[in-house]
Design a protein around this ligand. Structure first.
Ligand code: PLP
Length: 366
């Protein structure tokens, strides 16, 4: 048998497909179609393909490069760029994204110009900032004025709709109240331009609780879902929302133990800063049995968002290339060369998918 290579990230495409299907059907019942967001899986093409075959109507990413890959393999797939376009990437935005989220008129004008050169059409969704304070117009009036201007004066750029984003920077919760403001802005925009908008996009995974609770304003007809489909950790673990038929074991990370020793739990010597310039808090718990694991912050970003499958293991720290685990309370008798597996929150999922040092292994159930 060929020796296994670690660290390895197992990706279960069938379970991602099942999750996408459940979310698509749940949203469909409320008149909402789903845009599948695959940036959290590092833009893996096969993940986008599962989202599409499960009924997601578009594929979205914050990175133009990831949309390029989709277009190369699935010309017919409608793509959406989530991050506001950089000025320097506009030619590729026009070429590879059918839709982009926007809040700057200068950029939209540059898109119009580029479209004319490429003789292509491009759809824009204007973003309204409802308090999360990342992207978007702060006032409805300014958004509506921009919408009217695009509608009246632009030939290649089409106003597809409006949208919002919450729970990303400002950790603001989507609620019936703040999403009603989006619905209201949509109504007013439609009144001004004299037609219905194609897209009223009410946010990301964090808007799903409102769908489940039946509180999402009926005006909203689109959600852009990544995390909720990909690993479905936030809704059950942070929001206490359990959607029937959803899998959590879509991603599994496994790394190998390279040292096992009993060591004090409090560092010896004068404390200063760690590998990244921070001074963490250390608790003296006496001598503990510790496993040194060959994977680090470079691979998974933040160790405190890894969840060991062996629930008696406690993760106590990491540096660029190492993870340190307290295994004193584990019932298993670990040896050097054994492996430890983890479930992942969004952060580590994103980092691990993007790391070229982590082997990806597609798991399919036959
Ligand atoms: C990343 C992103 C999403 C998807 O977020 P999830 O939490 O993964 O569902 C939606 N919209 C925008 C603008 C994003 O940047």
């Amino acid at each position: 048998m060929k020796a296994a290579r670690y660290p390895v990230l197992d990706i279960n495409l069938d379970k991602i497909h099942e999750n996408a299907k459940v979310i698509v059907e749940l949203c469909e019942k409320k008149g909402i179609y789903v845009t599948g967001v695959f940036k959290g899986a590092g833009g893996m093409l096969s993940v986008a393909e599962e989202m599409l075959s499960a009924g997601c109507r578009q594929i979205a990413s914050s990175r133009v490069k990831q949309l390029t890959d989709i277009k190369k393999h699935h010309e017919e797939c409608e793509t959406m760029l989530l991050r506001l376009p950089m000025q320097c990437e506009i030619p590729d935005v026009v070429r590879y994204a059918d839709i982009s989220l926007n809040s700057e008129l200068n950029i939209i004008e540059a898109i119009e110009k580029e479209c004319r050169e490429q003789n292509r059409k491009h759809k824009v969704v204007l973003m309204l900032d409802l308090g999360d304070l990342r992207e978007g117009f702060m006032s409805q009036e300014e958004l509506i004025d921009t919408a009217v201007h695009i509608e009246a004066d632009m030939k290649y750029v089409k106003l597809a709709g409006i949208g919002t984003n919450l729970g990303c920077y400002g950790s603001v919760k989507p609620t019936e109240d703040n999403l009603k403001q989006l619905a209201e802005a949509a109504d007013k925009t439609e009144e001004q331009i004299g037609r219905r908008l194609e897209i009223v996009s009410g946010g990301a995974t964090t808007s799903l609780p409102l769908v489940v609770e039946g509180k999402i304003p009926s005006k909203i007809n689109n959600l852009r879902i990544g995390e909720g489909i990909l690993n479905n950790m936030d809704l059950p673990m942070l929001w206490n929302i359990n959607i029937q038929g959803m899998n959590q074991d879509t991603f599994l990370f496994t790394a190998q133990i390279i040292e096992l020793k009993e060591k004090p739990s409090y560092p010896i010597g004068e404390l200063f800063v760690d590998a990244f310039g921070y001074t963490p808090h250390y608790k003296d718990m006496g001598i503990r049995k510790r496993a040194l694991i060959a994977a680090g912050a470079q691979d998974f970003g933040m160790y405190d968002k890894l969840i060991p499958i062996d629930g008696d293991i406690k993760l106590i720290g990491s540096s660029s290339d190492h993870l340190i685990a307290d295994i004193t309370d584990s019932k298993k008798d670990y040896k050097v060369g054994d492996t430890i597996s983890f479930k992942l929150f969004y952060g580590p999922m994103l980092f691990l998918c993007c790391s070229e040092y982590v082997r990806k292994r597609i798991v399919t159930e036959v």
